[in-house]
Design a protein. Structure first.
Ligand code: SF4
Length: 703
């Protein structure tokens, strides 16, 4: 019926879901979004996927929080806390903003003053704007006085960023996704863009139609394989073996770009020594890919005019995630496949603003623009800008914060738009930590699984209700614009953060997102040249853009790397196996991830009617051979159990899942996949091993 109703206004904005950052237009009538159409943005050229087109009515869902909530004195906090669906707000009473804010910030202040700044922590959000992320980390650093501030980048690409910062001095992509149109060889590993970056996947298909060769590497087959010249279904957990074997081939067959290695890199000799042990013939048994194929793809990659690597969480979410990324970086460097159109390194960012939230400093070790908190000169610069003294010690990461709560060292948290009770590994442990907190303030649009544990809940604004900038996976800073009003007493997040800051003794008076953005430009070289007016006129500006008028560089590292000596550092990787291997007790491997229709912990998409109608129930996807062995058929209930928990879900058959593994999306609260996952961390990126843990299956159970 949408076609019959005429919109009374159109508002240009961007998509709130994945990191591709498609530009779109809302068609609005009577303060409601009637429909959404694609706009001619640099990342999407009018294309949208099902989420961007149909995923907006969550903003008008009856479960939106419209009043501040305060926990009732008699409402217990317990990790197994069961919500009464007929009265989900039972544990809370409604309050005025005045009362809620005074209580929320007052208790945090009390903890800070009695137990010290490090007894507090804040989780920001990759779903908020750059301005919200910046103000939130500034509040934690200057109001709490600690660097205990993190967000879910820790759970997606922290290892990729650790490897990239170490090697090239910058954590962002070298080339935009659409550069695949200039590639001769596209090397895609540990990523299923058809589901997670759908419009990005369309560019890859277009590139193949134009003659590019696509190599897909993944333990789980996806439909892009139909477009690939080579599909390497390697055994889960063996990335380093496979990639080192490719590098071994390139060296052995004389395909190294010697000039590039000599002029632009350091550490090649050690890398060479390391990969000498990894012949394709030896590695074939480990990774399950024939030596001949490994040699073939290595040759293709090395000798093409332009080869580009794109990767996802299949690479990063391992205890050897940083090593996996180091191998990808070395592969590109030894072949000189960087610094030109159609080449380079692209870690596909998951959330619409995970790049921007990281840039803005929602990271415990660094200030905005990845400037180390431990560096005195840098710290002094921020002390001057923010007019206060700052903690010189790096803070705790997401998983470390949960451990610190269990250890009785951390007592109060402020969580904005993040849902660790669903997204953390081993969520039972995380929920237990949240329940143990003396004081928890949650700012969100719904009563999320995390908000169930809150002492005060502050009702915030949804994406289409606010103005702000968002940075996509291509480093494009884009303007999101308000199209509708927040419901009831829900308020703008920027206003809420400022009021919380006031309660902590800070006196901020930002007039709006533009005012915050202008302060960010002073703190961050990367965006110093981007003006708000230019964003309004052009909708999107790529950084680095250091001076006003700079065009913004889509391709970086053309003649040097932003490292102290201008060279890329190659770091060899040894073979490390998963933290928890299958055994006789838990013989299968669990792989977690997303579905096309659902995004992250599902708090938005499961309340978007079209998306939820397409994918309404939690399922576990299994290879037909394993189903037969278990004597179950599609639609039967299966209980999946790990050493940390168990969940029951409906079986779905899929030959794309390898024998011996199961796949479970983590968007379903009623069968939270992260009850099962392993919190073991990669030592460099501190990212948990979401992509691999041991489980066992049993027929039956209650979903
Ligand atoms: Fe939104 Fe990503 Fe889909 Fe584009 S591809 S419409 S940014 S979810």
């Amino acid at each position: 019926g949408v076609g019959m109703v005429k919109a009374d206004k159109k508002v240009d904005s961007v998509c709130p879901y994945c990191g591709i950052g498609c530009q779109l237009t809302y068609h609005v009538k009577d303060d409601k979004i009637l429909m959404v159409t694609g706009r001619d943005g640099p990342a999407n050229e009018e294309r949208l996927c099902v989420k961007g087109r149909f995923g907006f009515d969550y903003a008008r869902h009856p479960q939106r929080l419209t009043k501040p909530l305060i926990r009732r004195a008699d409402a217990p906090k317990h990790k197994d806390f069961v919500v009464d669906p007929s009265n989900p707000l039972a544990a809370f009473r409604e309050a005025s903003w005045e009362e809620a804010l005074a209580l929320a910030s007052g208790k945090l202040r009390e903890i800070r003053d009695s137990k010290g700044p490090n007894a507090l922590a804040g989780f920001g959000s990759a779903k908020g704007s750059n301005e919200e992320a910046y103000l939130f980390q500034k509040l934690v650093r200057t109001g709490f006085g600690t660097n205990n501030v993190d967000h879910c980048t820790r759970l997606c690409h922290a290892s990729s960023v650790a490897a990239l910062l170490e090697a090239v001095g910058s954590g962002a992509v070298s080339n935009p996704v659409r550069d695949v149109l200039h590639s001769e060889v596209i090397f895609l590993i540990g990523s299923n863009p058809l589901v997670n970056h759908p419009v990005g996947a369309t560019w890859m298909k277009n590139a193949v139609k134009n003659g590019a060769k696509l190599i897909v590497c993944d333990p789980r087959r996806n439909d892009l394989q139909r477009y690939a010249t080579h599909f390497l279904q390697f055994k889960p957990d063996t990335d380093v073996a496979m990639l080192n074997a490719m590098m071994h081939t390139i060296i052995e067959e004389g395909l190294v770009d010697e000039a590039f290695v000599n002029d632009r890199t350091s550490g090649f000799e050690e890398l060479k020594k390391n990969v000498a042990d990894f012949s394709p013939e030896k590695m074939a048994k480990i990774c399950g890919i024939p030596a001949q194929t490994l040699r073939e793809v290595a040759r293709m990659f090395a000798t093409s005019k332009a080869s580009m690597i794109l990767w996802g969480m299949g690479v990063s979410q391992h205890v050897h995630g940083t090593d996996n990324a180091r191998c990808l970086i070395s592969l590109v460097m030894m072949t000189g496949q960087i610094g030109r159109r159609g080449t380079g390194l692209h870690p596909l960012r998951g959330q619409n603003n995970v790049q921007g939230a990281s840039d803005a400093g929602l990271i415990p070790m660094v200030f905005p623009d990845y400037q180390a908190v431990g560096n005195r000169t840098i710290r002094q610069k921020f002390e001057e800008l923010w007019g206060t003294t700052l903690d010189p010690n790096p803070g705790l990461t997401v998983v470390e914060i949960m451990d610190a709560i269990h250890d009785g060292k951390l007592h109060g948290c402020y969580i904005m738009g993040e849902n660790p009770a669903m997204s953390d590994p081993d969520v039972d442990h995380a929920r237990d930590a949240l329940a143990k907190l003396d004081w928890l303030v949650v700012q969100d649009i719904f009563l999320t699984e995390t908000a169930y544990f809150a002492d005060v809940v502050l009702p915030a604004s949804a994406f289409p209700e606010k103005d702000g900038t968002f940075t996509n996976t291509d480093r494009q800073v884009q303007l999101g614009r308000a199209a509708i009003n927040p419901p009831g007493d829900a308020r703008q997040d920027l206003w809420i953060i400022q009021e919380m800051a006031r309660g902590l003794g800070l006196d901020w008076n930002y007039s709006g997102p533009k005012d915050v953005f202008n302060e960010m430009r002073k703190a961050m070289h990367s965006i110093a040249g981007i003006t708000w007016e230019r964003l309004q006129a052009e909708h999107s500006v790529t950084y680095p853009c250091e001076n006003e008028g700079d065009p913004g560089d889509e391709v970086v590292f053309i003649d040097k790397f932003p490292t102290p000596n201008g060279r890329a550092k190659l770091v060899p990787a040894k073979l490390i196996t998963a933290n928890e291997k299958p055994d006789t007790e838990f013989p299968m491997v669990l792989i977690t991830g997303r579905q096309l229709e659902h995004w992250h912990t599902g708090s938005m998409t499961r309340r978007a009617s079209v998306l939820d109608n397409i994918e309404p129930i939690a399922t576990v996807t299994i290879n037909p051979a394993d189903m037969a062995a278990l004597k179950v058929k599609a639609g039967d209930v299966i209980t999946v159990e790990s050493r940390r928990g168990k969940i029951a879900l409906y079986a779905r058959v899929d030959p794309n899942v390898p024998v011996g593994a199961v796949f479970i999306p983590f968007a379903y609260y009623e069968a939270a996949a992260n009850m099962l996952t392993n919190p073991a961390l990669d030592p460099f990126g501190k990212i948990p091993e979401f992509k691999y843990c041991a489980v066992r299956l049993k027929k039956g159970g209650t979903p």
